[in-house]
Every structure is written in C-alpha cells, then in structure tokens.
Design a protein around this ligand. Structure first.
Ligand SMILES: *Cc1c(COP(=O)(O)O)cnc(C)c1O
Length: 365
C-alpha cells in the first residue's frame, strides 16, 4: 500500500475562483497566472479549471510550451519577458506575448527577422524597485518600441507592492497614470489583491488583470480578509491518514526536541505527512488541522515524514482516519491554507508552491 497521503486539485474551485475575479473586475480580461507550475498545483491539472481565462501568464517558454500542448491557442504572456535572445525565437515559434522591462530586450526585438509581429507589455517600475523602466526612461523605451516594425502592440504594465492594504496602490497608480498619459495602448496593472479590492475603481474596460493567488483559493490580503470573505474555495487539499494512535500521560513528550509535553492525559495521532511532503516545519504546536473533518491542533515539531495531532476533540478517530493539512476534508469542512501559513510565519503562496513531488496528486472534477 502506498503511504496514505494525497493532494487533490479541485477543478470546480479553480473555475469558481476565476469567476470571483471576473465579478470584481467585470470588463477586464483575465490572465490566469500559472507560473511556478500553477503555484504548485500543476499546469496540466489546472488547465480545465482555467479554460475560461482570457490568457495564461507564466515565466518560461518551457511552461508556455506545456500550455500550447494542452491545446491553448489564445494569448500567453511571459511575465518577465525574454531572458535572452533565444527566448524571443521561442516567442515567435509559440506566439507568446512578452514583457519588456530592460533595454536589451528591445534590442533583441529589433534584431528579430520575422514577419510575425510581437505583442509587448512594457513594464514601468512605479515604486517596487524590482523590474521595469523608471518613469524617466519609460517614454523613451516606449518610443523605441513604437518605431519597430516587429512590434504589433504595446500594453502599459506595472506591478503593485502594497495592493493588500488600504491606499497601498495610490502612489504607484498615480505615477503610472502620469507616466503613460497620452500614450496609446492598453493597461495591465492589477494582481489578485488589486483586482479583488479595487477592480472596479482601477480598471477601464478591456484592461488586463493578472490573477494568481486568489484563483487558487488563498486570500490575497489575509489576514485583513480571509478566503471566505472573498468567497474563494480551496483549489488544493492536502490529506493524509492517521498511521498510529496512542494515549499519552500528562507530562509525556511528543516529537523531536521534546518541545511539547502533554498538559494532561491526551490521545495523540501520528499523521503520514511531514516537511518532506511540503508541510512547513516551522508550524509549531497548535497549528490548526482537521481530523475526520473536525478541527484540532498539531503537537510538537513536524518530522520529515510525520507529524502529531491532538485527538481529544475527535474521540472516534483511529488509525486510518483522515487528516486534512489544508483545504477541504472529505466531509467538506475547510481549513484555509492561509491559517496554516500564518501559524508557520509564511504565506499561502509558499505552502502551495512547496507541495513536494513525492505527494501523489489527483484532480477532482
Ligand atoms: C506572480 C505575479 C502576479 C500574480 O500575483 P498574485 O498576487 O498571485 O495575484 C501578477 N503579476 C506579476 C508580474 C507576477 O509576477
């Protein structure tokens, strides 16, 4: 028998979450962001759920190739553009749209010998100091691109650093507007947080939004709002079986380092999931977990292949019972990934992206 652990990717949840973004930004066109292997869910496993997206946004031609192999003939955007001139050849071959954030990328386009013209997203660094032309260089970059016969269209793009808090986009949004004023071309500004929180105020019809995390059912502005607030459903559930159960006396240590000692007599379950499966080792005693759909807590340190759980709230649980590490239990109870992430001092993004290869994953339609 294989180890009793599995991840489930919920197609209906992906489609539902995508629809939530559409409701928040009704006239926008939506890029489903599937970088990092669809945030750990698997590009192939999420494709069905994202069929109604307007395009797929990702980082590398290799990922784009996988989306094309699934039969997608619509737009695909390389979010960081070409990493070298060879990537541009792949853009031509796979008909990819691509970001331009530094001068070399313009030179590579100018050197392209092709009749197939390019859809380019020109990126402004409006304050995050990560990628893009500064406001002074931006209009010159635009003019250079505009003059190239290889360029079919230019969309103005920037990325928000603080879209998860009130007024977090104000300064960047103002600088963006000022910089692109009068230049023809569409806009592409919002990530999940900006789309859900400000879709209606920030967007003009036909603009593109880049939606990642909320599509996967994690709240983009947790803990200000949780996934339930945004009516998002978990797209990934991580479930494992109870491998052993024991009664321990008050004072007994549980797990490596003996960091946890039972406060009272306790029933303790051993779950077949550890940090080598992608469960965060930094999730300490008290991290929420479901057993047979009932909420309880983890105990002690997470091992490589196992972790311990308090069975007091679930007296009927025994070997073979189901533990839900995050997502939905078989009973339908939900444990938001954001709560587990918070207990481990991280974000839902990191947990889903870190789901280990060794966890068998199936798609539930
Ligand atoms: C990853 C990424 C996104 C998606 O961000 P979420 O917070 O997951 O919605 C949007 N834009 C760019 C440029 C990205 O790299």
């Amino acid at each position: 028998m294989p180890r009793p652990i599995e991840a489930i990717v919920h197609t209906a949840a992906l489609a539902h979450n995508l629809q939530r973004a559409r409701c928040a930004a009704p006239d926008a066109r939506v890029w489903a962001v599937v970088k990092a292997n669809a945030y750990g869910h698997g590009i192939e496993r999420t494709y069905d759920g994202f069929r109604r997206a307007d395009g797929f946004a990702l980082l590398e031609p290799g990922e784009a190739c996988r989306v094309r192999q699934l039969g997608w003939t619509g737009p695909i955007l390389l979010l960081e553009g070409a990493f070298d001139a060879q990537d541009l050849a792949a853009c031509v071959r796979l008909q990819l749209w691509h970001v331009v954030h530094r001068p070399e990328q313009i030179a590579w386009i100018a050197a392209l010998d092709t009749r197939q013209t390019q859809h380019v997203f020109l990126k402004l660094d409006s304050g995050m100091s990560r990628l893009g032309f500064g406001p002074r260089a931006y209009r010159a970059a635009y003019a250079r691109l505009r003059a190239l016969p290889q360029v079919a269209s230019i969309t103005h793009m920037t990325h928000f650093a603080d879209a998860d808090r009130d007024h977090g986009t104000d300064r960047q949004w103002a600088l963006f507007r000022e910089t692109v004023a009068g230049l023809p071309g569409g806009h592409c500004l919002c990530n999940s947080a900006a789309t859900l929180r400000q879709g209606r105020e920030l967007l003009a019809p036909g603009e593109w939004v880049r939606v990642g995390i909320s599509n996967y059912g994690s709240s983009p502005d947790y803990p200000v709002h949780d996934a339930a607030h945004w009516q998002l459903q978990p797209a990934m559930s991580l479930r494992a079986g109870l491998m052993a159960v024991r009664q321990v006396r008050a004072g007994t240590a549980v797990g490596y380092g003996s960091t946890f000692r039972a406060e009272r007599d306790l029933r303790v379950g051993t779950v077949a999931c550890g940090y080598a499966d992608g469960y965060p080792r930094h999730a300490g005693t008290g991290t929420p977990i479901l057993v047979d759909g009932v909420r309880t807590r983890t105990l002690g340190r997470v091992s490589m292949d196992m972790l311990a759980v308090d069975l007091d709230p679930v007296p009927q649980a025994g070997v073979g019972s189901e533990a839900t590490l995050w997502g939905a239990s078989s009973q339908g109870t939900v444990l938001p990934i954001d709560e587990v992430a918070q207990a481990a001092g991280t974000v839902g993004y990191e947990l889903m992206c870190a789901l280990a290869q060794r966890v068998p994953t199936r798609v539930e339609r």
